[in-house]
Design a protein around this ligand. Structure first.
Ligand code: AHG
Ligand code: MN
Ligand code: MN
Length: 334
């Protein structure tokens, strides 16, 4: 099948903007290369003995998997040398990465990423992914500090994820809709397979870790119990449930067939602020979901409007089909 490669797509998009210098396209190309490398690393997995846990913990106190660290290094390596990026930060690093002096040249962009999302699934052969978010680096800043990264999600220039599933896919937004590309392994190229992805406004499928039910707040309790009542209940329809425990896989499913995904606030997460990280999980996914016609909220505010206070800040997340998110957000108001 002959299709549009991601490079061709990006260059054509760039032409539409007119003023673009091509730097951004090159930057994205390096991210694409990193995702291809990660796809190979994740695929080889057990064959090269990289499925295990490490002794180390990341800043979130989570035990790191070998592949968390390997994929983090791949992303840093692929993106540090070209000079477009002024700074990088990731789930797996306490502080922003110090780009070596020899590569620094007034980069315009900041890159935030979760190199391996859903890593608890990696050794059981369930889909995992990579999430990234690109911001402008504040003018005149050559060595960005944490505060330079703390920009609300509305300021993202681009967000995307790679899903290492039954096929490898890359899904991107630059604020003009959402497009999906599948990796053709023989060609080594991502090909546009899902142009202008749109999330259906209505759904009867939700995704939540039900084992946390007793810790949830009242609005979420009400929402889920009403879903479970099915056709006989107030919602008047039967619901289906999915939980992959890889946010990338859940968001991808929602982009394809709709749904509501949530990792809501619960009483054991209260001190942490939530489960998912704002800067490299919630913000990029919210940007993508909104660009595909969906909605994303903490329950009490739009995620993209949050003024971040920390690189590893956590937030409650409710996202997906617009009308369904509207129902649950409505319950938070009453
Ligand atoms: P990560 O692997 O990057 O730490 O993220 C895992 C996240 C997210 O992808 C997923 O939705 C959630 O954690 C799963 O949480 P549970 O283990 O509580 O189901
Ligand atoms: Mn993650
Ligand atoms: Mn991760």
């Amino acid at each position: 099948m002959h299709g549009i490669t991601i490079t061709q797509f990006l260059i054509e998009e760039q032409r539409k903007v007119g003023s673009a210098t091509g730097e951004f396209t090159l930057l994205l190309n390096h991210i694409v290369t990193a995702c291809k490398r990660i796809s190979c690393a994740v695929n080889k997995g057990a064959l090269v003995g990289t499925m295990g846990n490490l002794e180390s913990e990341n800043i979130q106190g989570e035990t790191q998997k070998q592949l968390d660290v390997i994929t983090n290094d791949i992303f840093l390596e692929a993106n540090q040398w070209a000079g477009y990026i002024a700074g990088m930060a990731s789930e797996e690093m306490d502080d922003p990465y110090d780009i070596p002096e020899k590569y620094r040249q007034d980069g315009k962009y900041l890159l935030l990423f979760d190199p391996l999302d859903g890593s608890s699934n990696v050794n059981v052969n369930i889909s995992v992914g990579t999430i990234f978010s690109i911001l402008h680096s504040p003018q005149g800043v050559t060595n960005p500090k944490v505060e330079d990264f703390l920009q609300p999600g509305t300021r993202q220039v681009c967000a995307g994820y790679a899903l290492y599933g039954s096929s490898t896919m890359l899904v991107l937004t630059t604020g003009h809709g959402v497009n999906g590309f599948a990796l053709d392994r023989e060609m080594g190229e991502f090909i546009l397979t899902n142009p202008d992805m749109q999330i259906p406004a209505d759904t009867h499928e939700f995704a939540v870790n039900m084992s946390n039910q007793r810790f949830w707040e009242a609005p979420v309790q009400r929402y889920v119990s009403e879903c479970l009542q099915g056709e006989e209940g107030v919602r008047g329809k039967d619901f289906n449930m999915r939980w992959v425990a890889s946010m990338v896989a859940e968001v991808h499913r929602i982009l394809i067939r709709g749904g509501l995904f949530m990792y809501p606030m619960d009483s054991k997460l209260r001190d942490k602020g939530g489960k998912l990280r704002l800067m490299y999980e919630a913000n990029p996914m919210s940007f993508i979901v909104e660009q595909a016609g969906g909605a994303s909220s903490t329950g009490r505010e739009r995620i993209l409007d949050i003024q971040p206070s920390g690189l590893h800040q956590r937030v409650p997340v409710i996202l997906g089909s617009k009308n369904e998110v509207g129902v649950l957000v409505g319950y938070h108001r009453t």
